[in-house]
Design a protein around this ligand. Structure first.
Ligand code: CUA
Length: 337
């Protein structure tokens, strides 16, 4: 009985210390969505249960090692213990109730988080190797970064053009796969202003770890202003000069996920100062990056690979129209150092 009381007190103390310690470690990033509050609630309950189970096992093990160790000169056998029915019933029922409790809690919260809401903003998310594209079908707007108004429920429709990706914003706490050939759904209500990172949470190829985009959460009025600006930009292609069209395509088609405009090397070469520069190809030959080379690199990216770069440019751009390819080349030509 004495041992039982001491162990109980020790378990209680260690549990409390573990809860305090784990909470102080800030295991999750900033919380920025209403749905995420439910996830964090659940996570907090897990921290309580995990701390208790860890304390229960470790305290009993260490207490036994110290207090019940064999004394010098002690050579007899230990007491013969055969079963303990109440204890066995308890250690079967208690975990069962705890696990079922978490199951019910999770199911209730999941149905809350995924429930349809009035006034949803629909955003189509397309993942591709290696970037994201966001379409706002109600407004005829497309963007390489995601803009969202704070406080309005958003329904994401996700898909992919090539392999399976996974749309993940840690600050929103939730993620969903983007699967080629189908739409998946994810609902989020952003609750905090700020710029957060969208990551890909599914190994999808060479530049998986660089498959980023930003989600910018703004006040609803600023969101309206952003949309209005985008709609002007969404003018018909024939109203734009080739250079303007090229700049727009570069964003919309995701070129800029892999090609920087500031001279830094992402997955592919930077476009700054590219036109007219000398490029050494894989086979050792040196060519000048003229219009023909740029066209060819868009339409048949594996035919002239520059030494040191991986062959990862998607073939999807062969679907661009002749005018679009020309526009992108014209745009690259303007990016001289
Ligand atoms: Cu896309 Cu990993």
């Amino acid at each position: 009985m004495k041992h039982f009381v001491i162990v109980s007190i020790l378990v209680l103390i260690v549990t409390l210390l573990l809860i305090l310690g784990l909470n102080a470690m800030e295991l999750t990033p900033q919380l920025a969505s209403e749905e995420g509050a439910l996830v964090d609630q659940m996570f907090q309950w897990q921290v309580y249960v995990i701390s208790f189970i860890f304390a229960l096992i470790m305290v009993i093990v260490l207490y036994s090692v110290v207090v019940f160790r064999r004394k010098p000169g002690e050579t007899g056998d230990g007491a013969y213990v055969k079963g303990n029915t109440p204890l066995e019933i308890a250690w079967t029922l208690v975990p069962l109730v705890v696990v079922m409790g978490f199951g019910v809690m999770g199911a209730v919260q999941l149905s809350d988080m995924t429930a349809m809401e009035a006034d949803e903003l629909v955003v189509e998310v397309t993942g591709f190797q290696f970037g994201w594209r966001f379409d706002y079908p109600d407004y005829d707007v497309a963007s390489p970064n995601l803009y969202l108004p704070r406080g309005r429920p958003v329904r994401f429709k996700l898909t992919s053009t090539d392999v399976i990706h996974s749309f993940w914003v840690p600050e929103f706490r939730i993620k969903q796969d983007a699967v080629p050939g189908m739409w998946t759904t994810l609902r989020v209500t952003p609750s905090e202003l700020g710029v957060f990172r969208i990551r890909c949470a599914e190994i999808c190829g060479y530049a998986h770890s660089a498959m980023y985009a930003d989600v910018v959460v703004v006040e609803p009025s600023d969101f309206e202003a952003w949309l209005a600006g985008q709609e002007v930009e969404a003018m018909a292609p024939e109203e734009l000069t080739p250079i303007e069209l090229g700049a727009k395509l570069a964003e919309e088609q995701g070129c800029l996920s892999c090609h920087a405009l500031d001279g830094s090397t992402l997955v592919g070469a930077s476009w700054l100062g590219l036109f007219g520069s000398e490029r050494q190809l894989e086979d050792g030959s040196v060519i000048v990056a003229d219009e023909g080379y740029l066209r060819n690199s868009i339409l048949d990216p594996e035919s002239q690979v520059v030494a040191g770069f991986p062959k990862v440019m998607p073939p999807a751009y062969t679907m661009l129209s002749e005018a679009d390819v020309e526009a992108i080349v014209e745009y690259i030509k303007t990016l001289s150092e």
